[in-house]
Design a protein. Structure first.
Length: 245
């Protein structure tokens, strides 16, 4: 385990935001403490999300979706990759900030949730652009809004969620971490090497194929992002009473 590994820069963790942001709030028996056991090395990239609905729902804009949801609290359901999953937290934040009430239907992964959306089991969900794009192109899903500007090239006509509320600039991001005791000079060297790699055209292309926007920068940028997301999602998780084994 990286948290207990020798702090020499040879054992590193690449993880999504949920590992260091949400997990400490939803897993009471978590065997690691991200704030004490890890040290940020570099932010690797962000995956922009898109709010999609079933064509059967009969709405084609975010405004129409919000109006429908407000008129029928809890009548529209939404799917996620599971309780505490990044897609769950994103949708809970959307509901909280937009003042709507939807019913959560957790699946065992994003792919089953997408199948449920296409099959009419659920009416909406938030999902990565890369996963949703083929289904949107095929007319099986209706996109309503994106979670960030990175998707503007793909969906130039779609609004961003943050246009409806400034706190809805959300994304799934990936970062690199080292054991907490790793020396600063080692972290600085690793950060420089990661940033150099993120500038390479081939690596940037491969990351974009997975729906990730490369984001080179210092370790402090990752620390700032973690603090921001913990401040947003911590109170939300507590208010929902999510506790997983």
């Amino acid at each position: 385990m990286v948290a207990k590994a020798q702090a020499d820069g040879h054992t590193l963790l690449i993880a999504p935001d949920s590992v260091v942001v949400v997990n400490p709030f939803v897993f009471p028996k978590l065997t690691y403490n991200p704030a004490k056991d890890f040290r940020s090395v570099a932010l690797l990239g962000k995956a922009t999300l898109v709010l999609v609905v079933s064509p059967a729902l009969g709405v084609r804009t975010l405004q129409a979706f919000v109006k429908l949801a407000r008129s029928k609290p809890g009548a529209i359901n939404f799917g996620t990759g599971g309780a505490g999953h990044p897609t769950h937290m994103a949708m809970e934040l959307v509901m909280d900030r937009l003042g709507i009430k939807l019913t959560h239907v957790p699946y065992k992964g994003t792919s089953p949730a997408l199948q449920g959306l296409m099959g009419g089991e659920i009416g909406s969900m938030v999902v990565g652009v890369a996963e949703a794009m083929p289904l949107i192109t095929a007319g099986k899903l209706v996109p309503l809004a994106t979670s960030g500007p990175a998707a503007k090239e793909i969906f130039p006509a779609l609004p961003e969620l943050k246009a409806s509320h400034p706190d809805l600039d959300i994304a799934v991001w990936f970062g690199m971490f080292a054991p907490a005791a790793t020396p600063t000079d080692v972290v600085s060297r690793l950060n420089a090497e990661v940033n150099q790699a993120l500038q390479q055209a081939d690596i940037r292309r491969r990351l974009r194929e997975y729906g990730l926007t490369p984001l080179p920068g210092g370790a402090t940028a990752l620390d700032t992002l973690i603090a921001l997301d913990r401040a947003r999602f911590g109170p939300l998780v507590k208010s929902l009473g999510i506790a997983l084994e």
